[in-house]
Structure formats: C-alpha cells, structure tokens
Write a protein that binds this ligand. Structure first.
Ligand code: 6PG
Length: 476
C-alpha cells in the first residue's frame, strides 16, 4: 500500500481536490462508484501526479498507507451514509474517514459518534472555494478528534489556500463543529450576496445606472475596504455580455434565486440557538420571495406610493451605498460569529473565532480584506461580546452611519426593497438602544399568561394580579 490519501466521489469537486493532493506530491488513491469517472480523470490529468486507480472499495482501502485516510466527496445525505458504511466495513481501528461535503452538522455529530464506537475516526470537514478553490487552494474547516488532525492536518494544510504564509485550514473542534462553521460561512455568503444584490438594485433603480456602469462602481469598490472575492466577481458578472442578444447577461437571466439549503440550515440552527441572524435570514427569505413567481406576477403593478425623487447627487449616493454595504456587512459577520459562539457553548466545542477569521481570509467564497480586520479584532480581544464593539468596527460604523440611514430611508421612499440593509440597521439600532419595547412585551405576557417579569430596581420575578386588584406579588 502506497497511497497517502484516498478520494472517493470524483465529480468536479472530488476530482479537483484529488488533483490538488497529487500536485502537492501526495500519492492519491482514486475511487468512484462508476469507474468511467475515474478513468476520465486519469485520462485528462493522470500526468499531474501519482494516482492509484482502484475499482472496488476493498481495493481502494487496500491501496492506502495506515492509518488510512479517505476523503468522501459525494452528495450530502444518504449517499454519504452509504459510502461511510461501505468504507467502515473495510477499514481498521485508527483509520480516518473525512466527509468533505456540505453535510448537516447534526448528521456529522451522529456519524462521528457511531464511528468512534467502532474505533474509527470521523472528520467532518467544511471545504469552501468552489471548483476553482478545490483545485488551487480551498479553505478547509475540519472538525473531529484532535488526534486525527495530527496525521491529517499536514496533508490538508498542504493543499489549502495560504495567506501570508498561513494555511487556510486549522482544526476547528470536535465532531460537527467543522460542518457547523462551514454552514455559517455559507449563511454569511448568502447575506453578503444579498447585500451586494441590494446595492446593485439601488444603483440600477435609484440612480438608473446600466450594468456596465454598475460594474465600474464595483470595480472601484474592490480597490477599497470592500475588497473581496464576491465584489470582484460581481464586477465581472455585470460586464458579461450575452452572445445571443448583445445585452448584459445579468439582464437576460431570470430573477429567481435558488438555494441548495445551507443558508436555510444556518437560519434554522440560529432559531434553535436563539441567536438573531437577521442578515442571513433576510437573504434566505429574499431568495424565497424571488422564487415565488406566481405571486410576483400577480402583484406587479400594485400601488407603490413613491415619496421621493431619485437622489440628485449620484456620486454622493454611490458613496452612501458603499458605506451602507460595509456597515451591513459588519452586522452580518457579527451575527454569524455570535451564532458560532452560541453553538460553541451549547455543544462544548471551545471554538476560537480568531482562527475562523484567519482561515476565511483566503480560499473560500467569503474571502475578503475585511477578514484581516476581524482577525485583528479577535487577536486583541478573544472575548469580544460582539464584533460591532471592536474599536475599529465601531469607528467604521460611526463613519458609515449617516450614509446607512440615508440609503435605507431613500430606498423605502422610492419603494426599492432593501431587506438586508434595513434589517441590519434595525439590528444595530436595537443593539445600541438603551431601552427596548421588550418591557411592554413582558407586561403583556404577564397580563395574559402570568408569565412574570423582572424589575429594573429589585432582583426576583414578579407578577401583577391583572384580573384581580392589580397589585404586584413576588413570583419567586
Ligand atoms: C463554497 C460555497 C459552496 C456552494 C454553495 C452554494 O463555500 O464553496 O458556499 O458550498 O457554492 O453551496 O449554495 P446555494 O446553492 O445554497 O446558493
């Protein structure tokens, strides 16, 4: 047996990761349910490194050095369980199975537990960066037993993206933590994309810019604090001309956004943890609204009640949008990191937010200059109660706040939907409010359900006898 690692599931992501390992000098055993894919990979790229072609699972497992390391790159859900079962039956104590798909973290917790009981190591690894990243350097978020990272880490780190000599891969924490963190990464990806979409919508409909002009705006933004992969590709996408019609491609694409599910999972998990991830939730719901085609068709032309003229100073308003985008992005990340912190406590994962900011700086879809700032924030204070409270981000929001309000107010007055901009601003205003209307909510709950309330001036729980003489009693 000579292979350092095996990859099973050779669709594009799996093939590219296998090639990435081989290009870094690792001997890679290849396996796929149908041998045709394996042969296609070998025919096209077999000369890129040292591959071992295998047909059966037994042959595949037999080709690996011990402890055996197998990366599964198949569809999340049942196909993953089926492959794990086959592998586990052929493997020995101490061998490592890595699931590199977008698995639901609770599935990963379950699988890790069951394989641990059988003496095997199970590593749920989030891998981000799409096809290109898989080949040239993704961000990798492996969770699972710490011991397995000792033999697996160097291999994964060698193929990951690097930023300032640091690999975008580190051991995240136990069992499902790697996939949880990848899920939140995707949630942030949704929020970021929605915010970019709202900025585009405003430039198009409030300022009347065409796609090419908007592309130029994004190109400009990509030279500043907003520099990021998503802003960069936005400019490229907006510059793309449709060969069939000669129009900008973005103008002929159907405006109904799809989703494979990780954003929705993020929101569901956040609801269970009781963490407000409003930016991510608005992004998920905005995709759902865009896809409600029957309702939308029926509603086109409903009253708009427009209250304002288009902004007169296009340059100033463009600057405002840039700042609103930045501030809203800070909120989306702050909320995502809150969710990770809450899960860390709930599942006893001991996650280190600074590590995540570090490995998200390169390789992944949300990579951005901005992540360096987040890393700095957590390096300075690992216990930061909210990213918004870091001095750098406080100041950034202070500089953006008037623009942020102008953008949301203008959008509302013009009837342009900006759910993520608006909810991020509302979140920020809620967070900084000295007194929220929640006191009233508590009183109402106490009124109809005797749910009790706390007082600002005395410890303990209290109840007012609403249907009696309305005196207050202690409810402790
Ligand atoms: C990544 C991406 C990747 C994928 C998303 C798309 O990190 O490389 O997030 O995981 O492109 O799953 O998700 P939707 O289909 O839900 O938009």
């Amino acid at each position: 047996a000579r292979a350092h690692i095996g990859v099973t599931g050779l669709a594009v992501m799996g093939s590219n990761i296998a090639r990435n390992f081989a290009r870094h000098g690792h001997t890679v055993a290849l396996h796929n349910r149908s041998i045709a894919k394996t042969d296609a990979l070998l025919a096209a790229h077999g000369d890129e490194g040292d591959f071992v072609r295998t047909e059966t699972i037994e042959e595949f497992v037999g080709a690996l050095q011990r402890p055996r390391r197998v990366l599964i790159m198949v569809k999340a859900g049942e196909p993953t369980d089926a492959v794990i079962e086959e592998l586990a039956a052929a493997m020995d104590e101490g061998d490592i199975i890595i699931d590199g798909g977008n698995a639901l973290f609770t599935d990963t917790i379950r699988r890790e537990k069951s394989l641990r009981e059988r003496g095997l190591h199970f590593v749920g690894a989030g891998i981000s960066g799409g096809e290109e990243g898989a080949l040239n350097g993704p961000a990798i978020m492996p969770g699972g037993p710490k011991e397995s990272y000792e033999v697996l880490g160097p291999l994964l780190e060698s193929i990951a993206a690097q930023v300032d000599g640091t690999p975008c891969c580190t051991h995240i924490g136990p069992d499902g933590s790697g996939h949880f963190v990848k899920m939140v990464h995707n949630g942030i990806e949704y929020a970021d994309m929605q915010l970019i979409g709202e900025a585009y919508h405003l430039l198009r409909d409030a300022l009347g810019f065409d796609a090419e002009q908007i592309a130029d705006v994004f190109t400009g933004w990509n030279q500043g604090e907003l520099e990021s992969y998503l802003v960069e590709i936005t400019a490229e996408v907006l510059n793309q001309v449709d060969a069939k019609t000669g129009k900008p491609l973005v103008d002929v694409i159907l405006d109904a956004a799809e989703q494979k599910g990780t954003g929705r999972w993020t929101v569901k998990a956040a609801l269970d943890l009781g963490v407000p991830v409003t930016g991510i939730a608005e992004a998920v719901f905005a995709r759902a609204l865009s896809g409600s085609r029957g309702q939308r068709r029926a509603a086109v032309g409903l009253a708009s009640g427009r209250l304002a003229d288009k902004p007169a100073d296009a340059e100033q308003f463009t600057k405002d949008i840039e700042r609103a985008l930045y501030a809203s992005k800070v909120v989306a990340y702050a909320q995502g990191f809150d969710q990770i912190a809450a899960a860390s406590t709930e599942y006893d994962w001991n996650l280190r937010p600074g590590d995540l900011a570090t490995i998200w700086r390169g390789g992944c879809i949300i990579r951005a200059r901005f992540l360096n700032r987040i890393k700095d924030a957590y390096d300075t204070n690992a216990q930061l109660p909210s990213l918004i409270l870091d001095p750098f981000f406080q100041e950034a929001i202070e500089n953006a706040i008037d623009s942020w309000r102008r953008v949301v107010a203008t959008a509302v007055q013009l009837g342009i939907p900006v759910p993520a901009f608006a909810s991020s601003l509302a979140y920020y205003d809620g967070l900084r409010a000295e007194r929220l209307p929640a006191a009233l909510t508590q009183a109402q709950r106490d009124y109809f359900g005797a749910h009790t309330y706390e007082r600002i001036d005395m410890p303990g729980k209290y109840h007012t006898l609403w249907s009696g003489d309305r005196s207050e009693i202690s409810a402790d």
